[in-house]
Design a protein around this ligand. Structure first.
Ligand code: ZN
Length: 527
């Protein structure tokens, strides 16, 4: 009897206490996919505060909240390393488009476009409090603008020093790395050596180099070479953003991937990311000659008012279309035109016809210049082919991204990628097309980007990791957003936790805003 009592006091009683107190939430009976690419297994996940504390059989453990997730997948929250949320934070701090697509972490500041003062930006983010974790890159274009404005000039050595100092400060303030957008002004005016110099400033603090390359169509191979060469010269990891190719280089994604593999064989850490669609989305300005954009909007309007320059623009754009082997601008759809919202959702060919003009390339170019004059537009370009999209998705080193901001529900006709990128991969490419396995898809959304961007403590389901977790039904998960009706959240995510807090509860965003600010590897050195 005494022995039994002693046993109880020594072992069972402490165990009971321990069990009662140990978890805030237990997700029970799920199919666990750990994010590393390993096969799913049955298990429970025990969460306390913002961390995962145990994974395994927790059938006898107690928690404040026990959620039975039988039949559902438990995976790490998705990490979207290619977003553009600047300006959206206050409008929609709940980041519904991301959360409903399973995304719990975003990296913003891509394509050379970022806040320049990241210390201030992180303070601002902290005051807004988003539903997702946020990290940021420091963007080349905005660094350049801060020193050189919009002009098509090269920096002198003092100006370059100034730009390097901005990049270094941003890295110490917690940037994840340095991003370029070499098709956008003013980044497109920079030579490779300028980018290398600035990349080196980020490399000092172990940042990653991400690039929207100089070209994604007729000069794709030169552009890939440049991105890799910048990594080589700056001695830093490279992430080629939204890896894709337009005409005339359709069906050459094998060669593109081979270049990445060759760089890796040389010892360069090059990886890529992708949004799973055959259309891209960006500004109408990318159709205009680079030199026309020199100096910004007022200069553009002044130039277009000169008939001789106007004709030169048209001639150059005609030659450009010939290089792209296209007969019409029907692949170019207006997503959002501030100056005339009736254009939203229509393509340039349709808009040109509606103006009573014949469907010729010169006339369609006039229509593009008309839109430029009323303030330009954001566009969706149906420019890729499905075989390349699938080929790139199958490549093991391709992460899944959205290239999106936080969507304002119902505003404009934006690219559906902002709502459905991850669910589309899981529904269309995993379940329907069997292109990749579920485990591999999850890896591309979690540990692959986490490793590349040095996101410690995230991207894997393991004890000690932050409890960023998604629970979804692999049989029903689906992107609902389409090009015609983009404003639709993905379905199938029953629970989403961010830093241990339920944010989607029984398929509904409950308004929780528990996202953290994630600092890059240079941040610690600043302390
Ligand atoms: Zn981009």
């Amino acid at each position: 009897m005494l022995k039994t009592k002693l046993l109880f006091l020594l072992f069972v009683f402490p165990a009971l206490l321990f069990a009662q107190k140990h978890y805030d939430i237990i997700l029970r009976n799920g199919k666990i996919i750990d994010g590393a690419g390993n096969p799913w297994f049955y298990g429970d996940v025990g969460i306390k505060k913002d961390k995962i504390v145990r994974i395994g059989n927790l059938s006898r453990a107690k928690a404040k909240k026990i959620i039975d997730v039988s039949g559902l997948i438990i995976a790490p929250g998705f990490i979207d390393v290619h977003t553009h949320i600047e300006g959206d934070e206050k409008k929609t701090p709940t980041a519904d488009n991301f959360i409903y697509d399973g995304v719990t972490t975003v990296i913003t500041g891509n394509c050379g476009i970022s806040e320049v003062d990241l210390k201030k930006y992180f303070k601002y983010l902290d005051s807004v409090k988003l539903s997702v974790n946020v990290g940021s890159l420091i963007g080349h274009n905005d660094v350049r603008k801060a020193v050189l404005g919009e002009a098509a000039i090269a920096p002198d050595s003092a100006q370059l020093k100034q730009m390097e100092a901005i990049v270094e400060q941003a890295m110490r303030d917690g940037a994840m790395g340095f991003s370029t957008g070499l098709i956008y002004t003013p980044g497109l005016y920079s030579k490779t050596d300028e980018v290398v110099a600035l990349a080196k400033s980020a490399a000092k603090y172990h940042g990653v180099y991400t690039s929207h390359m100089r070209n994604e169509s007729d000069k794709i191979f030169e552009a890939i070479n440049e991105a890799i060469d910048i990594g080589r010269q700056a001695n830093m990891p490279v992430e080629i953003s939204h890896f894709k190719v337009g005409l005339p280089n359709w069906n050459k994604s094998d060669q593109m991937i081979a270049m990445v593999e060759k760089a890796r064989a040389e010892g360069l850490d090059v990886t890529v990311d992708q949004y799973p669609y055959t259309a891209s989305s960006t500004t109408l300005n990318v159709l205009l000659p680079d030199w026309l954009l020199d100096g910004g909007r007022d200069s553009v309007l002044k130039r277009l008012a000169d008939p001789a320059i106007h004709q030169k623009v048209v001639d150059e754009m005609i030659r450009d279309m010939a290089r792209r082997t296209r007969a019409h601008f029907d692949y170019a759809v207006v997503a959002h035109c501030e100056g005339d919202s009736t254009l939203n959702g229509k393509n340039i060919m349709q808009i040109n016809i509606a103006k009573g003009r014949e469907s010729t390339i010169p006339n369609e170019i006039e229509t593009i210049l008309d839109i430029t004059k009323i303030g330009s537009a954001s566009m969706v370009f149906h420019g890729m082919n499905e075989d390349d999209v699938e080929n790139i998705m199958k490549y093991p080193l391709t992460a899944i991204i959205s290239d999106s901001g936080i969507r304002e529900f119902g505003v404009g006709v934006p690219h559906p990628r902002g709502y459905g990128s991850n669910a589309r991969v899981l529904g269309l490419y995993v379940r329907e097309k069997h292109l990749i396995t579920l485990e591999d898809a999850v890896r591309k959304m979690t540990s692959l980007p986490a490793q590349k961007f040095h996101l410690a403590g995230r991207g894997l389901l393991q004890p000690g990791m932050y409890a960023d977790i998604v629970v979804f039904d692999a049989n029903t998960v689906k992107d609902e957003s389409t090009f015609d009706h983009p404003h639709a959240y993905s379905t199938g995510f029953k629970y989403v936790l961010v830093n241990g807090q339920l944010t989607v509860d029984n398929f509904k965003h409950n308004g929780t805003r528990n996202g953290a600010i994630l600092h890059g590897p240079g941040y610690e050195q600043n302390k």
